[in-house]
Design a protein around this ligand. Structure first.
Ligand code: BES
Ligand code: ZN
Ligand code: ZN
Length: 489
């Protein structure tokens, strides 16, 4: 759907040619484009201020039905994110006009004081992600996504960056896939159902797949996972996706929380927060989609995706507060609260990942705590790790992809809040204060010496409001972050 093209202006045929314009300097190299900008600025209605917009209809002899000039503001304020926002907005406007394609004129990167790659990346990501709609459950699909989005560049650039355009498209497709899965209602993504969808797709991508069903989970004593699943009629499972390139030295394991619906269990959630809980498998979706990206982009290290899937329900067979269960690694856990279920499935998945694959690095990603949303809001994820170098890399990938993370502390002395009178540990801290931190500390008890990071995405996994390149609902947060990170390890 995304393509770089280089053509003479006179030969371009399109419904909409989009020209980004700054208000302090001409950011284009092509005299024809500058002339078009001149036509607009001559009208004194358009100066290139941020978010300004002007459409000229059939302004040249060429087969261009419309030229849209969009303001970027000051050239020095331009960044990959302002380009994403611009491209996402424009695509949404084109969709509203029922167009089927658009061409963006890519500004000359040196005039923006940027490298060429981030200019292309920003525009392409914003356009591709902004073009997504989740209409699976609508009879009438009112607005159709564009079929073709092209970017006009100089001839040398098209050739040199074709591969990176394909890469950006792959990564965005992963994000979109994750969004679709998270948006899917829980009645259509029960653990086994979701596992099947993941495995079917993984096979197409030539990943090695393994599914441990309820029977295997029992045999292997995944006690914490089974405890969470006990209240549901829908059986749990653990999906493992493996990518092993030839000659790989290092292994990274990615573990994603996959609670397909979190009712809270006996500690039932209040009505106002129940309906959101289909998002509680956003970590699982991010891990699965990242592995599909990996299968295509072929990094040099082995990547393992571990996806524990359960439904947290309440019934006569559900676990009770006060129950004590034995986790996969042998430690016993007192269930102080059945709504702190994410950490339970994660510790079994983490212990299994370490025992089976002995990875150099393990990262878990999870919609783990409401407290993290309170701390960092709906746009920034909480990052927890003991390893400064790993933190640095994750924070950097977060800035680059705009899937931002903020490092939180892991204070040793807070561990005492997780003490249990009867078991090795309690899944519920003795105070709600600092609950995102105690959740991470709980996980840290099961990672041994493995280099580990935990990313709490309870805030950014979904959004109640749309933005320039993401509709309201699931955001696909984590896919671009992890895909970028894997390249930097
Ligand atoms: N799935 C929730 C966390 C969550 C909150 C996800 C908001 C998405 C949006 C998690 O399982 C949970 O319920 N956590 C409890 C932990 C508490 C009982 C220690 C919480 O945050 O209240
Ligand atoms: Zn919960
Ligand atoms: Zn949960």
């Amino acid at each position: 759907m995304l393509a770089l093209i280089s053509k003479e202006l006179e030969k371009i045929k399109t419904e909409m040619l989009v020209i980004p314009v700054c208000n302090d300097t001409d950011i284009h190299k092509h005299p024809g484009i500058s002339a078009l900008i001149g036509k607009a600025t001559d009208l004194k209605e358009f100066t290139g201020r941020k978010d300004e917009e002007l459409i000229l209809y059939k302004p040249t002899e060429a087969d261009v039905s419309r030229v849209m000039l969009v303001g970027l503001g000051k050239s020095s304020d331009t960044s990959p994110e302002t380009l994403r926002v611009l491209a996402g907005r424009v695509v949404n406007k084109c969709i509203a006009k029922n167009l089927i394609e658009v061409i963006f004129v890519v500004p000359f990167h040196k005039k923006l004081n940027m490298e060429i790659a981030p200019v292309l990346e920003g525009l392409m990501e914003g356009a591709c992600l902004g073009n997504h709609r989740f209409y699976a459950y609508k009879k009438e699909k009112t607005h159709r996504p564009l079929q073709k989005i092209r970017f006009l560049v100089e001839p040398g650039v098209a050739k040199k960056f074709n591969k990176s355009a394909a890469r950006i498209e792959t990564i965005c497709e992963g994000t979109i896939l994750a969004r679709n899965w998270v948006n899917t209602p829980s009645n259509d993504k029960k653990p086994m159902q979701f596992a099947r969808a993941v495995v079917d797709r993984a096979k197409k991508e030539n990943l090695k797949t393994t599914v441990l069903g309820q029977k295997e989970l029992r045999q292997e004593r995944f006690g914490a996972m089974l405890a969470v699943a006990a209240g549901s009629q829908n059986k749990p499972c653990l999906v493992v996706l493996e990518y092993h390139p030839k000659g790989a030295k290092d292994t990274i394991a990615l573990v994603g929380k996959g609670v397909t619906f979190d009712s809270g269990g006996m500690n039932l959630k209040p009505s106002k927060s129940l309906h959101r809980m289909k998002v509680d498998m956003a970590g699982a979706a991010a891990v699965a989609a990242t592995l599909f990206n990996v299968a295509r982009l072929k990094p040099k290290l082995s990547v393992i995706g571990i996806i524990p899937l359960v439904e947290n329900m309440l019934s006569g067979t559900a676990i009770r507060p006060g129950d004590i269960i034995k986790s996969y690694d042998g430690k016993t856990v007192e269930i102080g609260n059945t709504d702190a279920e994410g950490r339970l499935i994660l510790i079994d998945a983490i212990a299994f990942a370490i025992k089976t694959y002995n990875p150099q690095t393990l990262i878990d990603i999870a919609t783990l705590t409401g407290a993290c949303v309170t701390a960092l809001g709906r746009k920034i994820a909480g990052l927890f790790t003991f390893d400064d170098a790993l933190a640095e890399k994750i924070l950097l990938s977060g800035e680059k992809t705009r899937e931002r993370c903020w490092r939180m502390p892991l204070p040793e002395d807070y561990k005492e809040l997780l003490k249990s009178e009867l078991a090795d540990i309690n899944n519920m801290p003795s105070t709600r204060a600092g609950a995102a931190i105690t959740a991470a500390l709980f996980l840290s008890e099961f990672v041994g010496n493995t280099r580990w990071a935990h990313i709490d995405i309870a805030g950014p996994a979904s959004s109640s409001k749309e933005n320039a390149y993401c509709a309201a609902g699931a955001t696909g947060f984590g896919v671009r972050l992890l895909s970028d990170l894997i390249d930097s390890l």
